[in-house]
Design a protein around this ligand. Structure first.
Ligand code: IMP
Ligand code: MG
Length: 181
């Protein structure tokens, strides 16, 4: 059951998402024009679902996709700092050009863990592309090469992002409105 009263201000409209994803794909295609083996996109489930699907279809260099699922939040809206691998990659990363595709970097804790974990598997290169970033939450610049949109420090939903597994299907990114009780 959906709770429309929980959907707050729209922060990124569908056409803005669409345009920015195409820009990112063009940038990535330029940066990875000369590859030995093709680019390996690693989608972080579940939030990067639509982002990676749209991005990959707009990338013009040979590429493959794999997925990882990690849990960092449980159902709360604040990072616990504890990251657990729920689904690991199918194939080794050794010698590959790897691009991690994230939905959002908030505290950066999940990403820190992922980068450490994936770097240990000896990829040829490892970069990060995130649809959304809340820069105010991280005092030091995080290791993110491609950022779709910088957003204010609000909990957001839509275009893959959830609150307690709901609202991923919204075609835009909106702030979560605290439920009036
Ligand atoms: P971090 O470890 O604080 O950077 O957050 C890691 C994960 O928490 C992200 O990959 C998202 O899955 C989730 N997350 C963080 N902020 C939000 C938000 O505003 N809405 C929905 N999910 C979020
Ligand atoms: Mg995530």
């Amino acid at each position: 059951m959906s709770n429309p009263e929980q959907i707050g201000e729209i922060l990124v409209q569908p056409d803005e998402l669409n345009n920015r994803v195409k820009e990112l794909a063009a940038e990535i295609s330029r940066d990875y024009a000369d590859l030995d083996q093709g680019l390996l996109l690693i989608g972080v489930l579940k939030g990067a679902l639509f982002f990676i699907a749209d991005l990959m279809r707009a990338i013009e260099v040979p590429c493959e996709v794999d997925f990882m699922a990690v849990s960092s939040y449980g159902s709360a809206t604040q990072s616990s700092g504890v990251v657990r691998i729920i689904k690991d990659l199918d194939a080794p990363l050794e010698g590959r050009d790897v691009l991690i595709i994230e939905d959002i970097v908030d505290s950066g804790l999940t990403l820190q863990y992922l980068i450490r974990n994936l770097r240990a598997r000896s990829p040829k290169s490892l970069e990060v592309c995130t649809l959304l970033s809340k820069p105010i939450r991280r005092p030091e610049a995080a290791d993110v090469k491609y950022v779709g949109f910088e957003i204010p420090d609000r909990f957001v939903i839509g275009f893959g992002l959830d609150h307690q597994e709901r609202h991923r299907n919204l075609p835009y990114v909106a702030a979560l409105e605290p439920k009036a009780t």
